[in-house]
Design a protein around this ligand. Structure first.
Ligand SMILES: CCCCCCCC/C=C\CC(=O)SCCNC(=O)CCNC(=O)[C@H](O)C(C)(C)COP(=O)(O)OP(=O)(O)OC[C@H]1O[C@@H](n2cnc3c(N)ncnc32)[C@H](O)[C@@H]1OP(=O)(O)O
Length: 264
């Protein structure tokens, strides 16, 4: 069953209050299915309304994985209606995180491909475990699918135009060191220090008056958010049309098989 442990009002050794820690706990790999996406959105909505909460750290309770990205099983062999509902939930998660008034920090304690990378990139700051076995990036083309414009925009806003061309067209997954180099993540630390470092970084961000930081964040991100807001329905239709194609379903099937074989 999907579970998401949520601990609001974290009190660290340094006495940091008003910071919630969201720990994704959906075994085995925190793939973003409809249930987990809905849980995350509801939790974030509650925190946004809680006046005592100023910051959110999102991390994983699963070993070795932050999030495996969108749950492929939500897009493979499902009805167009189901795919549409699923895509609305993905949009909702992105809109809520990218437009959040809270300081959001991703404590990336494992691999974070595709939708997992997207989720991390919606945050204000990213700290990743310095483990060369982990990877992060938007690898959609490797699955034979196309990252939609708002995935592309989020990446471009984070790493710039040229790096986005290379990263997206080739579907590159980066090691933590490479991700740091291109600016996909902001800091690398030993695995056991990811959460404490996130808490330290949060202190710095919370030293800025909320209203000034929030208005500045909105000024920078609003055009990207507005672009999806004014195209939400078309984006859902495009997704359903694209994902329902026989050729795309076949690619997803082959990819799922590959994941299973790799394990064997
Ligand atoms: C015009 C508009 C068009 C729009 C087009 C659509 C755009 C879609 C956008 C985004 C797409 C995505 O996010 S797709 C998801 C992409 N994710 C990946 O490619 C990651 C795949 N997973 C891995 O690489 C690895 O699992 C891992 C590195 C994350 C972890 O490795 P580990 O060795 O720890 O675990 P396993 O590989 O053994 O996996 C365990 C178990 O989980 C299944 N699994 C893994 N990832 C997914 C997933 N994303 N969805 C569903 N299921 C997943 C894997 O098959 C194993 O299952 P079994 O135990 O049954 O074998």
């Amino acid at each position: 069953a999907t579970k998401m442990a949520l601990r609001a009002g974290l009190r660290s050794k340094r006495g940091l209050t008003g910071v919630a820690v969201m720990r994704m706990q959906s075994p085995p790999v925190n793939s973003l299915n409809l249930e987990l996406l809905t849980d995350i959105c509801i939790a974030l909505e509650k925190l946004e309304m809680d006046k005592s909460c100023r910051g959110l750290i999102i991390t994983s309770n699963q070993p070795k994985v932050f999030s495996a990205g969108l749950d492929i099983l939500e897009m493979y062999g499902k009805s167009p209606e189901h795919c549409g509902e699923f895509w609305k939930a993905v949009q909702e998660m992105w809109l809520k995180f990218y437009g959040s008034n809270l300081v959001t920090i991703a404590a990336i304690n494992g691999s974070s491909p595709a939708g997992g990378c997207l989720m991390a990139m919606t945050c204000d700051y990213r700290i990743m475990a310095d483990n060369p076995r982990y990877s992060i990036g938007l690898n959609e083309t490797q699955l034979g699918i196309v990252a939609p414009f708002w995935f592309k925009d989020t990446l471009m806003n984070t790493v710039g135009h040229r790096t986005t061309e290379m990263a997206l067209e080739l579907g590159l997954l980066y090691s933590p060191a490479e991700a740091l180099k291109i600016g996909m993540v902001d800091q690398l630390v030993p695995e056991d220090q990811v959460l404490t470092t996130a808490t330290e970084a949060m202190t710095k961000w919370l030293a800025i008056p909320d209203h000034a930081r929030q208005i500045t964040k909105s000024m920078i991100r609003k055009p990207t958010i507005d672009k999806l807001m004014s195209n939400r329905e078309d984006d859902v239709k495009n997704f359903v049309k694209f994902i329902s194609k026989d050729s795309i379903q076949k690619s997803l099937g082959v990819y799922l098989e590959m994941l299973k074989k790799r394990k064997a």
